[in-house]
Ligand binder design. Sequence first.
Ligand code: SAH
Ligand code: SF4
Ligand code: F3S
Length: 439
Amino acid sequence: MSEPKKLFIKTYGCQMNVYDSERMSEALGGQGYVETKTPDDADMILLNTCHIREKAAEKVYSELGRFKGLKAEKPDLKIGVAGCVAQAEGEEIMRRQPLVDLVVGPQSYHRLPEMEAKTRAGEKALGTDFPEEDKFEKLKNRPKAKRGPTAFLTVQEGCDKFCAFCVVPYTRGAEVSRPADRIIREAHDLVERGVREITLLGQNVNAYHGAGPDGDMTLAGLIWELNKVDGLERIRFTTSHPNDMADDLIEAHGTCDKLMPYLHLPVQSGSDRILKRMNRSHTAESYLRLIERIRAARPDIVMSGDFIVGFPEETEEDFQATMDLVEEVKYGYAYSFKYSTRPGTPAAERAQVDPAAADDRLQRLQALITRHQREIQDGMVGRTVRVLFEKPGRLPGQMVGKSEYLHSVHVKGPEIAVGDLKEVRITESGANSLAGELL
Ligand code: SAH
Ligand code: SF4
Ligand code: F3S
């Protein structure tokens, strides 16, 4: 057999890109590629890109420019761009950066092997269609190799919500759910390879409505099916939209033992005027009432969220409403971003907020979020949690894993192995993680 070719993949953006990169690596594995950790010895470089904010796309072009020297040394090196920038800018990338041999959007990944062959024949390959088929079924080249204890599994993709700031409905396309039996089979495969925790992914994961044995299944229905998978210990899902938080899903948080007490539920703003302008179709009040119901089902749940500050026309008063909402919810984690104008989205046309004011708001919001985050983390001291160990820590004999609530926990214990799930008493709360001892 000939020497394997080497593939270097760099992944930007959300968890779905992480999942997609794994699938692309497996698919190209079928073409004789093995992954390498550096671009220097690669025969193919793939950048799996994100378009969500302006800086994300600019990073891709500067990264591409840096491969010029490599390509000059090694004319056989193929350079590809995948992900949401590929979808949004397609041919523009080829024009702007002649080094690029291949551009593939998220809905065309099943064409990657054939596109790779085309580049080997010296041609450029462009794939940015939205075909009607389950690309993951076509992509599969199921390896049996062992892997780490946690994995992502995409169950739903795309979005029909069209929030006024967001590119996702354009880059990922319309909302599509994968059939339940394929997801369950994939979960079994992952468990056989050592996975004990699965995070179900979707841009609108709680809108899941994949085909099941008796008609469409809800996300809660799918979670209950996965709850039966022997050897799978934990189930998580992300990202949810408040409007799709169905009763059966809320209830599952109280009754499904493998479903973890952590929920990422972005709200974006606490001002009803801004939420309306964002086309979010929920209010601050309806969101707060929803969280009340979730907490009634699972009182210890840790909430997480996303926020945008400086959305067009946002006033100081609107921003205060966001601060008030954050005060009320108290997030265990929250991600906040300064609004970034995305060409082609409705909000791009509107009156923009002064960047200095937006920076100032972002700082104030992040300070408040950090304070809550720290309070919730500190509140874990003295409690007993279950930790799924993922890797060795920085100190000798130390292992790191995640609690049910997704906090990182460091534990000294040379007897602990990766993949162990153990009870830990929390003794300390540090800047970004907890420390504890085995019970
Ligand atoms: N599907 C998810 C997340 C989509 S993108 C949801 O509906 O919430 C992840 C986060 O990026 C969003 O929640 C939002 O807070 C942020 N984001 C999206 N577009 C943005 C933009 N144009 N500028 C700044 N932040 C943005
Ligand atoms: Fe973007 Fe809104 Fe869809 Fe989330 S729900 S992916 S923020 S359009
Ligand atoms: Fe980015 Fe696309 Fe994910 S724009 S956040 S990689 S869906």
